[in-house]
Structure formats: structure tokens, C-alpha cells
Write a protein that binds this ligand. Structure first.
Ligand SMILES: Cc1cc2nc3c(=O)[nH]c(=O)nc-3n(C[C@H](O)[C@H](O)[C@H](O)COP(=O)(O)O)c2cc1C
Length: 313
């Protein structure tokens, strides 16, 4: 790319492009001059060398903890477990008391090793490289440990769980335990179905995706309401006991207005009667969807109901 082109790079768009690279999530820690623990969430961690044992992480020059990190004896990289999303959020917020109520211990450099992480590396500084708006901290690993717990993942601005794939396979192969639903948006409206028995609102759902010709499948139900959709993305997937839920993000292909669609209709985001939706997981997910739709930046949530963005009912 020429310099000319480089000057045209849009920072937000470049960040979004970089965000396609799926990573784990770490909390990088150190002790400041006063011996107080500090840390920040980072996904720029990379292993660098085995001999000598080196790793790197990038810290923004604008970070509150910059001086603490560049001036310390060393730093520790804590690789987060799937259930440590809240911790990740907390350490991504500047200026909060990040270590309040958080158990940690130290190894060699004194840098905090956070409890229940899947791996940690205690490092002394090896080199610091000035790199644009960041500083690359290259650390020499002095001590480390790890376990077999599932790590937290991050991609396209959202947390993901790498533990899903086997679950998904199990999900698909367990008869009767699957619930599939579709989030279908059109012009700031979302498709909801009214349950004729109790009057509650819900997302169109079934026990399988099926096709337009199969009446009781998800696509079949939609087709009989005159709604033709594509379901290209999974927006959320979680399990609750033996029941597994997959929420697809649907793309509306066509609507046949001639069909009487008494049970399904599109609701303006602002006119959704939330009190008529009796599933708090669906409410949390729809709120996330509407938020992300307005920001124009979707995330994919994959995890289980307890650990996820979708909170327990
Ligand atoms: C998933 C995730 C990854 C991040 N990765 C980095 C990173 O690699 N380097 C960085 O400097 N900030 C990164 N951040 C942002 C910092 O965590 C955030 O700016 C934090 O407030 C910095 O802490 P401080 O300003 O209190 O020092 C990341 C945030 C998130 C949520």
C-alpha cells in the first residue's frame, strides 16, 4: 500500500478489520512504583520465542498504567478462562479499582497472578519497542503455569467461547433438546410472534431449522406466515440443563403481504412491549441486538446461559 493510500485509512474501520482475528483475552498486570497492583485487559498477546522464552503484549501509550508497566521490574500475562468475562470488562475500564475483591498472588516479579485463569506467565522485561500509538512489551518468561479449563475468546468486538464446537455437535445430535429461533430485523423493526395460548411475545422458534415446505420447522413456520428468510449467522447459542438454544440472525428475503400473519408481525424497536416477553434471556439478547444494530457492529455470543451475555432467567 502506498503512503497516499495509508493516509486514507480510517481508524475505526482498520480496528474493525483487525478485529476479525480471533484471539484469547488476557489481563496484563504489574506493580506500580508504590507497590500497588495494576492491570489492563489485552488481546494483543503473542508468544514470540521458545529459546529464550519470550512473549509480547502491546500497551497503548494512552493507557493510565503505561508508566507503571514500562518502569516496573516485569509484568505478568494472565490468560482468562471462559467464565472471566466480567473480569475482562473490569480491567478494560480505566480508573476503576480493578483489584477490589479479586484474589491474586505473585510469583517472581511480584506482578499479580489472578486466580482461576487458564494460564499465566510471569516475565521480566526483555525489550520495549516504541510502535506508533503503542509500546510493545517483550517479556522473558521466568515462571508460568496452565490448566485445561476453557479459555475466553474474543473476535469482532465480542466474547466467544471456544468450548462451543463440541457442545454444538452434541446439540445437533441430541433429539428433542434443540430450540432454534430467528432474530429477523427489517427497517428498524423486529419480527415477533404472539403465542396464541398465553398472549406472550416470542421470537419465531421451533425445534429445527427445516425448510419452507416443512410446516412445523422454523423456516416452515415463517414461510406459512409469508416470510422468506435466510439464516446465515448464529447470533447466540447456549444451553440450559439439557435444553440447547441456537438463535440465528436472519436476513429477510421477501414478505408476502397477502398472507394473513396474525401471530407474527414486525415491531418497531421502540414499540416492543417488553413486559409481554417472559424470557429474560431473550430480552437481554434482543436488547443487545438492538444496541448493536444501532452501532452497526454485531457481535456473536457463544457460550452457555450462565456465563454469557444472556443472563439466567
Ligand atoms: C478484549 C480487549 C482487548 C484489549 N487489548 C488491549 C491491548 O492489547 N492493549 C491495550 O493497550 N489495550 C487493550 N485493551 C483496552 C484496555 O484494556 C483499556 O484501555 C484499559 O482501560 C487500559 O487500562 P488503564 O488505562 O487503566 O491502564 C483491550 C480491551 C479489551 C476489552
Amino acid at each position: 500500500m502506498t503512503d497516499n493510500k495509508a493516509a486514507e485509512i480510517d481508524a475505526r474501520d482498520l480496528r474493525r478489520a483487525f478485529g476479525n482475528f480471533a484471539t484469547g483475552v488476557t489481563i496484563v498486570t504489574t506493580l506500580d512504583e508504590a507497590g500497588l497492583p495494576c492491570g489492563f485487559t489485552a488481546n494483543s498477546f503473542t508468544s514470540v520465542s521458545i529459546d529464550p522464552p519470550l512473549l509480547l503484549v502491546n500497551i497503548a501509550k494512552s493507557a493510565f498504567g503505561r508508566d507503571a508497566f514500562t518502569g516496573s521490574r516485569g509484568f505478568a500475562v494472565n490468560i482468562l478462562a471462559a467464565e472471566q468475562r466480567e473480569l475482562s470488562n473490569r480491567f478494560a475500564r480505566a480508573g476503576t479499582d480493578k483489584f477490589a475483591n479479586q484474589d491474586w498472588h505473585s510469583a517472581i516479579t511480584g506482578s499479580p497472578i489472578i486466580d482461576a485463569v487458564v494460564a499465566w506467565f510471569d516475565c521480566e522485561h526483555f525489550e520495549q519497542v516504541d510502535a506508533g500509538d503503542h509500546i510493545i512489551l517483550i517479556g522473558r518468561v521466568l515462571k508460568y503455569d496452565y490448566n485445561t479449563h476453557a479459555p475466553l475468546g474474543f473476535c469482532r468486538g465480542a466474547y466467544v467461547s471456544f468450548g462451543l464446537t463440541p457442545n454444538m455437535l452434541q446439540l445437533v445430535s441430541t433429539p428433542g433438546s434443540l430450540r432454534v429461533a430467528a432474530i429477523i430485523e427489517s427497517d428498524g423493526k423486529i419480527l415477533l410472534e404472539r403465542n396464541p395460548e398465553n398472549g406472550q411475545l416470542l421470537l419465531p422458534a421451533s425445534n429445527r431449522v427445516g425448510d419452507a415446505a416443512t410446516g412445523d420447522s422454523l423456516l416452515g413456520k415463517l414461510a406459512s406466515a409469508g416470510i422468506e428468510v435466510d439464516l446465515p449467522f448464529i447470533y447466540a447459542a447456549y444451553h440450559e440443563k439439557t435444553q440447547r438454544f441456537v438463535y440465528y440472525l436472519g436476513e429477510l428475503l421477501s414478505i408476502n403481504d397477502a398472507v394473513e400473519t396474525r401471530t407474527m408481525r414486525f415491531y418497531e424497536f421502540d414499540n416492543i412491549t417488553w413486559e409481554e416477553i417472559n424470557d429474560s434471556a431473550v430480552i437481554a439478547m434482543l436488547e443487545r441486538f438492538i444496541r448493536e444494530k444501532r452501532l452497526g457492529n454485531y457481535s456473536v455470543y457463544i457460550g452457555d446461559r450462565e456465563q454469557g451475555e444472556v443472563h439466567p432467567a
